[in-house]
Every structure is written in structure tokens, then in C-alpha cells.
Write a protein that binds this ligand. Structure first.
Ligand code: ADP
Ligand code: MG
Length: 341
């Protein structure tokens, strides 16, 4: 855990303000990201956690302006990167930033690497997009980049094709492509989920090294809280398109407040004390067309829900300095009977 107190006063590199991203399903737009606001400071690693279907990838694609055209759109809100409103940019303006100042690595590298082009060709394409360099220089730079992500025979690998590489090697190539132009922000969407544990640890270590050397900020999306503990400064917990808790990594682990966070941490015992602690949360994340119209979206799965939780929508509020929670249990200034932090 690496909470850095000196980060506290710095201006954010990225700020999301009330972001609403929606998908057209049978002629109606449904919010997959619902009024999400947070900041990422320079050199900060912000973890985003939450079960599958909670809007983590859609939020990332919104920042990258890579939502599927004609289906997904930013309905309202702002995405401010280094003072610039990304959501207002034209395609040519965003193209200058994407892949250069902000880049993204995806969960499944096979879908983002083109099978018909060599690794070297694909790396050089990224470089040519943003730098004026010769073919010779691009090849040399590609080899150096592959070396920097721990690939041991980069001169040979530049001429190989994605299918010739293992999953871990492909993910290293993806990281090389993502950092080719030294971005200030890297969005890593479940970058190690498809990998086995040993390779996962190596890739995370690599990301952390690169982050330190390049002074980069990272938004690290993962469903693995162990990864969060290892890597992140701050954590955002998302549920059904909303942020339900945001705080520094130590506080999240030692003083989680939202019942959803506690359940993700496996910290709430079942009603019957003799039973084992929960390993998964009962029920499922509602689909976009099935979101509860009123109240807290987690209420029907929440072991601490009270009748009003179905009716009143909780807002994300700062309950302690630097600790935001969206839960009715914390909306009153009076202590609630029977509820412990
Ligand atoms: N192209 C799409 N069309 C319609 N709904 C989508 C699309 N992409 C994602 N969604 C929906 O948006 C919600 C959030 O998805 P996603 O961001 O992928 O979740 P996560 O990354 O947290 O697992 C889900 O309900 C998902 O089904
Ligand atoms: Mg996802």
C-alpha cells in the first residue's frame, strides 16, 4: 500500500464530473454509468472495483471516447483531462490525445492485437501516429520498448505474430504499445484477469515499475482486492453504474463503510454465526433495463437494508475526511441503533 500524503494538494490530472453514459436498448437510453464523479491526481494509482456489469469498462471507454457509435453515448457530465474537456472534442482532437497522453490496456490482449500484422509493425504504427520518426528509428524504439517490458529476445519478437506468443507475452506487448508514447494516464481494464497467478504478479510488478519511472497515473480496474491492496493509492467501489464508496486504500481495507464493500471484502459474517464467512455475494447485479427505479440499487441484496433503502436514493457523501459513501446508514448525523461503522 502506498498512500502518498504529498498527493493531497495537487491538481487532478483527470476529473470526471457527474458522468452519465447510456446505451440505446430498443429505442430507450439506459445509464450504464450514472452520475460518476472522481479525480485522479498525477502519479496516483486509482483502483476501480465492483462485480462484473457495474460499469467499470463503460466508464473507461467513456474516458477514451471509444463508446460503440450509435449505441452508447455520454448523456451529460464532463471528463476533464489536464484542463481539457474530452467529451467535447472532435474525433481528430481526441486522436491526438488517445494513445499518446492517455492510453488503455484491455483484459483480453488477443482482441486488441491484430493477428495479421507482426508485433513490430503494430508497435511502429503506434509510434508513427504520434511521432515524426524514420522506419529505422521506429524499429529500434520498438525493440527497446519490448525490452523495457521484460521481453528477453526483442530483436526476434518484433518479427513474430500475436498467435506465436503466450498470454503473458501478449499482455507485455500490449503494455509496450500502451506506454510507447509515455502517456500521463494509463487505464488498465482487468489487465491480468486472463493470466495465471505467477504471470499476473510479474505483469503487476512491471506496471508499478513503469508507473514510477514514467511518473504516470493509472486507473486500475480489477475485481481482485488483493491487487488493489498491492498497487493502489485510492479505491473507487462501483455498483450498478454508481460509485458507492471512495477512499484511500488503507481506509477501504480497515474501515469499509458501504455494506457492498464489506461484502466484497468478505467481511460480513452470515446471520448464522456458525456458518463460514461469505465468499460471494448472493444475487446478481441488475441489468440496465432492470435497475430499481427508486432507492439504493444494492438494497435488495444488502444484509443491512431498511425499508427506506428501497425508497430513498442515497447520495455519495463525505462521511469522514477523504472518505465518501453512498448509503442511507451514513446519511444521518445521529448514530443509528444497532449499526456499527
Ligand atoms: N454495447 C453495449 N450495449 C448495451 N449494454 C452494454 C454495452 N456494453 C456494456 N453494456 C452494459 O453496461 C453495463 C456495464 O457494463 P461494463 O462496463 O462492461 O461492466 P464491468 O466492466 O463493470 O463488468 C452492463 O449492464 C452491460 O451489460
Ligand atoms: Mg469490464
Amino acid at each position: 500500500m502506498s498512500t502518498n500524503k504529498s498527493l493531497l494538494k495537487e491538481a487532478p490530472l483527470l476529473e470526471l464530473k457527474n458522468l452519465e453514459t447510456a446505451f440505446d436498448i430498443d429505442g430507450t437510453y439506459y445509464n450504464a454509468v450514472d452520475h460518476v464523479s472522481f479525480k485522479v491526481k498525477p502519479r496516483q494509482i486509482v483502483g476501480v472495483v465492483g462485480e462484473s456489469g457495474c460499469g467499470k469498462s463503460v466508464m473507461s471507454l467513456s474516458i477514451m471516447q471509444l463508446l460503440p457509435k450509435g449505441i452508447g453515448k455520454i448523456k451529460s457530465g464532463e471528463i476533464i483531462f489536464d484542463g481539457l474537456n474530452l467529451e467535447k472534442m472532435s474525433e481528430s482532437q481526441i486522436n491526438k490525445i488517445r494513445g499518446k497522453d492517455i492510453s488503455m490496456i484491455f483484459q483480453e490482449p488477443m482482441t486488441s492485437l491484430n493477428p495479421v500484422f507482426s508485433i513490430g509493425y503494430q508497435l511502429q504504427e503506434v509510434l508513427f501516429n504520434h511521432m515524426k520518426i524514420s522506419k529505422q528509428e521506429a524499429r529500434q524504439k520498438s525493440i527497446a520498448l519490448l525490452k523495457s517490458v521484460g521481453i528477453s529476445r526483442p530483436e526476434k519478437l518484433v518479427d513474430e505474430y500475436p498467435h506465436q506468443l503466450s498470454g503473458g507475452m501478449r499482455q507485455r506487448v500490449m503494455i509496450a504499445m500502451a506506454i510507447a508514447c509515455q502517456p500521463r494516464l494509463l487505464i488498465a481494464d482487468e489487465p491480468t484477469t486472463a493470466l495465471d497467478v505467477t504471470v499476473q504478479a510479474q505483469i503487476l510488478e512491471l506496471l508499478k515499475d513503469i508507473q514510477e519511472v514514467n511518473d504516470m497515473s493509472i486507473i486500475l480496474i480489477t475485481h481482485d482486492l488483493g491487487v488493489v491492496a498491492e498497487m493502489c493509492d485510492e479505491v473507487i467501489v462501483m455498483y450498478a453504474g454508481k460509485i458507492v464508496e471512495r477512499t484511500d486504500v488503507d481506509t477501504l481495507f480497515y474501515n469499509p463503510k458501504h455494506p457492498y464493500t464489506s461484502l466484497l471484502l468478505g467481511a460480513i459474517p452470515k446471520m448464522d454465526e456458525k456458518e463460514e464467512r461469505l465468499t460471494s455475494i448472493q444475487g446478481i447485479v441488475p441489468s440496465l433495463t432492470n435497475m430499481p427505479k427508486t432507492g439504493c440499487r444494492f438494497a435488495n441484496r444488502c444484509p443491512k437494508a431498511r425499508p427506506e433503502c428501497q425508497k430513498i436514493t442515497p447520495l455519495l457523501k463525505e462521511v469522514e475526511q477523504g472518505h465518501e459513501v453512498a448509503c442511507l446508514l451514513y446519511e444521518t448525523s445521529k448514530p443509528i441503533e444497532g449499526v456499527v461503522g
